[in-house]
Design a protein around this ligand. Structure first.
Ligand SMILES: [Zn+2]
Length: 381
């Protein structure tokens, strides 16, 4: 018997019951009609729950969550139902069938702190952009790029609040369409083994540039990349930034040297050949160590994937490390030897007096302040 893909079924994610179209659970690409739901984004939502709970733990103001592009409300429903300290959740979407489903799910979970809104995303955020109306956590989870909505999302975030924005326009962020990337993110990538870090820094760079215009400062707390999405979590402060964190990643395709710099330069400091330039992008920290620690402490309070803790342990290790990472196969192919184990590499670097850690952004990646020529020397012995 064929099931109707539009038929509505009840699933449980975390500790929350969510009504979703049957088709979204078994079709390869979840349908947008009657409402979009991506079961594969559960891990992404698990991280959100832990991050929001960690953020509100030490937050004095009202705990109000605004989701501008909620779809059928999976994230907002989970916030309202699972994070006990939540004062109010408002889920907004332009799709009336999504909002209808969202309201039914809220009723099933018996939520008292939950509202919906049916509006265009910027009109919704604008309605919450005046003093005493803003949210303390704002969520922006579009199809593709978040850049069109950043102005109004930032304006709807209260001083000291948190903005989380997702991007799924991977081809643009990975260097397939540099002109499109420049238009959207004001910067361009370079194709490297650490493409996901460049993508995250381009997104943060764009958020930072929009914030600069509004005399607002951003402080990244956490970033997350899995499969098809990038997600950034930044604190919003209503005061001009004191430090400029916009710059460039210089990458030499010949020798593999890379560095993060305030200014552009045109030749490699190691081999003197022409260097590729990614940016302008965010050159400051990607993780706030104390915030990641609080996220780890919050895990036992929730039903989330085991992968959350493993990933966060790596984030903790890399939070104080230099930007950009190397991968095992990158070094192995350069050295023309079989890849060495990750732990062995890290130990060897530390023994030689360098900083070294794993990275949450790549299972075979490592961060270090050791330059590529010295890494190769170390492994030749
Ligand atoms: Zn070079």
């Amino acid at each position: 018997m064929q099931t109707n893909v539009k038929e509505i079924i009840e699933i449980t994610e975390g500790a929350t019951k969510i009504l979703v179209p049957c088709g979204s659970m078994d079709e390869k690409v979840p349908p947008r009609d009657p409402a979009f739901f991506n079961p594969m984004a559960k891990l992404n939502r698990d991280f959100s729950i832990i991050a929001y709970s960690a953020f509100w733990k030490n937050f004095q103001g009202p705990k109000i969550f605004l989701d501008g592009l909620s779809g059928l409300g999976a994230r907002g429903l989970r916030v309202a139902n699972e994070i006990k300290k939540t004062d109010k959740v408002i889920c907004n979407d332009v799709n009336p069938s999504a909002i209808k489903l969202c309201e039914k799910s809220a009723a099933i979970n018996n939520l008292q702190n939950f509202q919906t809104s049916e509006n265009e995303v910027c009109k919704f955020f604008n309605a919450y952009s005046t003093k005493n109306e803003r949210g303390s956590i704002i969520d922006l989870d579009p199809f593709g790029s978040p850049t069109k909505y950043l102005d109004c999302a930032i304006r709807a975030t209260m001083h000291g609040g948190l903005l989380s924005a997702t991007a799924t326009d991977l081809q643009v962020l990975h260097g397939l369409f540099n002109m499109a990337c420049k238009r959207r993110y004001s910067g361009v990538p370079v194709k490297t083994k650490y493409a996901n870090e460049i993508a995250l820094r381009l997104i943060l760079g764009c958020i930072c540039l929009v914030a600069y215009r509004l005399d607002i400062q951003i402080v990244p707390l956490f970033v997350d990349n899995a499969m098809h999405y990038y997600r950034t979590y930044v604190k919003i402060l209503n005061r001009p930034a004191q430090e400029d964190n916009i710059g460039y990643i210089l990458h030499c395709k010949l020798c593999g040297h890379r560095s993060i710099e305030k200014n552009q330069s045109f030749s490699c400091e190691l081999c003197n050949s022409k260097i590729d330039i990614a940016g302008p992008l965010w050159i400051g920290k990607l993780f706030d160590k104390e915030f990641v620690k609080t996220m780890l402490e919050e895990i036992p309070n929730y039903t989330v994937s085991n992968r959350c803790e493993k990933t966060l342990q790596k984030c903790l290790l890399e939070s104080d490390m230099p930007g950009t990472y190397f991968t095992l196969d990158e070094i192995a192919s350069k050295m023309k030897v079989a890849p060495i184990g990750l732990e062995k590499i890290i130990k060897k670097l530390e023994m030689a007096g360098f900083l070294a850690s794993q990275t949450s952004l790549n299972p075979t990646g490592f961060r270090t302040n050791c330059k590529i020529n010295q890494i190769c020397e170390l492994f030749a012995n």
